[in-house]
Design a protein around this ligand. Structure first.
Ligand code: GDP
Ligand code: MG
Length: 460
């Protein structure tokens, strides 16, 4: 039995995350128990199995003791703590795989009062508890606010002493302009210099990558290392995996990155080239890039959008719930099919030929290997094909250079200090770990920056 306490500022999305996290766990065939510790919750996006509102009546406390809303909350949580034995027994009697504990909207009520500690000590099994701290990304796009949040996180970590994971939530709610504001903030308030449109490479022979169309200069990594005290490489995974099927180079076939990039740059007025706008689109893949390409196609009003995956939705890296969400938005989801040829006329795509698959023995990823079923080919007519079958690392080296080495999958190898073979060079993020989620990449970048800072201060 693992227990996860979900904490965070009011409105950061604790209850929503509790709900979707438990849905996801259920999909993974884990039994979950949902605990609501918020005595003042009005409506919850999930059905709690254990609910403090069964023990304590917040409104009655407010009325009967003539308290204001805040004082009544404090009184209620005290009351809750009195029932801690019952709560503990209640939870233990279920003995699920996971207990997810949704905490009160007002963070201070739980985090900075003795009652919070009593509750975390008594719910769940010693040594198998963790805390998720939910960060509100709209607040965090301002650097000072972000730093302030990290202090808040530290103080809560100190209060509870539980392993803590920071979660950057509600990322879809951040308007894209905020990224530009964040950049402006770094320039104005922190003196960061941005040099955009340059590609850094460690060799005379520069590898061609997607996005090169936006590059108007190349800088040699060897010069950077001469001129600066440290270089942190965070060049990500900008190369799309290829389909390796006939017709792949036809007009109207895009990688998901290229497709999304064209939509966004056009909508942000950074480019005048309109994105493709066919009647029918086929998206191939089961990861988050495939989901993004599908969702953007639907949002832009493309009539027929097909999302085709070679395994079943259960094995899709994006998760079954994302696929269900696409279906609800109007996408046609086809599982167990793999493209074998892009059909074309005069160099332009007219459709995609698929073969049906069945699931075989597990492969190296632990998921069942998809096997083509002979003679099961079928065709979907389409004006565009978006391949979202994964991305590859794009390190600024081809083979070894300046001591930087990559593994078989193109990821930069680093030591425990994020050091990449050369004393001044560090690497972090997707280029180090392979395609991951934004949270992994953000925390990796921060850790590498700290490692650099530590080493740099030592050498001074
Ligand atoms: N756009 C967006 N809104 C969210 C997300 N998660 C939660 N919200 C909204 O944020 C508000 C607060 O969410 P809630 O889970 O009640 O926050 P809590 O006070 O931390 O429990 C609600 O209106 C939610 O619908 C998200 O991922 N994206
Ligand atoms: Mg809540």
């Amino acid at each position: 039995m693992y227990t996860v306490f979900v904490v965070g500022t009011a409105g950061s999305g604790k209850s929503t995350l509790t709900s979707s996290f438990s849905d996801w766990l259920k999909e993974q065939e884990q039994s979950t128990l949902l605990v609501n510790l918020d005595p003042a919750a009005h409506s919850l996006p999930y059905e709690p199995d254990v609910d403090v509102r069964d023990y304590v009546d917040y409104e009655r406390i407010m009325v009967s003791r003539r308290l204001g809303p805040n004082a009544a909350l404090i009184a209620s949580i005290r009351e809750v703590a009195r029932y801690v034995e019952e709560l503990r027994e209640d939870v233990n009697s279920f003995n699920p795989d996971f207990v997810i504990v949704d905490t009160p909207g007002q963070l201070e009520l739980f985090a900075f009062r003795r009652e919070g500690l009593i509750l975390t000590e008594n719910i769940g099994v010693e040594g198998r508890k963790t805390m998720l701290f939910i960060l509100d990304p709209i607040f965090c796009t301002n650097v000072k606010n972000f730093v302030a949040s990290t202090f808040l996180v530290s103080s809560i970590y100190l209060s509870f002493g539980l392993p803590m994971i920071q979660v950057l939530n509600k990322i879809d709610a951040v308007p894209r302009e905020h990224v530009e504001e964040g950049v402006e903030d770094l320039k104005q308030n922190f003196g960061v210099n941005f040099r955009l449109g340059v590609k850094v490479f460690c060799n005379e022979e520069v590898r061609h990558d997607e996005g090169d169309a936006f590059v108007h200069g190349v800088v040699d990594l060897r010069d950077l290392v001469e001129d600066y005290d440290g270089v942190i490489i965070t060049t990500g995974t900008w190369r799309s995996r290829r389909l390796w099927i006939p017709g792949e180079w036809s007009e109207g076939v895009f990688s998901a990155l290229e497709y999304l990039f064209r939509i966004w740059t056009y909508e942000q007025k950074l480019s005048t080239v309109p994105p493709p706008n066919p009647q029918k689109v086929v998206v191939i893949g089961g990861g988050l890039s495939a989901i993004d390409a599908t969702e953007e196609s639907l949002r832009r009003g493309i009539k027929e959008v097909y999302l085709v995956y070679r395994r079943t939705a259960d094995y899709a890296p994006a998760g079954k719930s994302e696929i269900e969400r696409m279906k609800k938005l109007g996408a046609n989801f086809i599982e167990l099919a793999q493209p074998v040829e892009v059909l074309r006329e005069r160099g332009r795509i007219t459709g995609v030929k698929f073969v049906r698959m069945k699931l075989g023995e597990p492969d190296s990823s632990g998921r069942p290997r998809p096997i083509p079923i002979e003679g099961s080919e079928f065709v979907i007519e389409a004006g565009a094909l978006i391949a979202a079958i994964g991305e590859l690392p794009t390190p600024p080296v081809e083979k070894e250079c300046l001591g930087i080495k990559t593994d078989k999958r193109g990821r930069i190898l680093v030591d425990e200090n994020y050091n990449a073979g050369h004393p001044k060079i560090y690497a972090a993020g997707d280029v180090r770990v392979g395609p991951s989620k934004i949270g992994t990449a953000l925390s990796d970048g921060m850790k590498a920056a700290l490692a650099f800072h530590r080493n740099f201060m030592k050498s001074k």
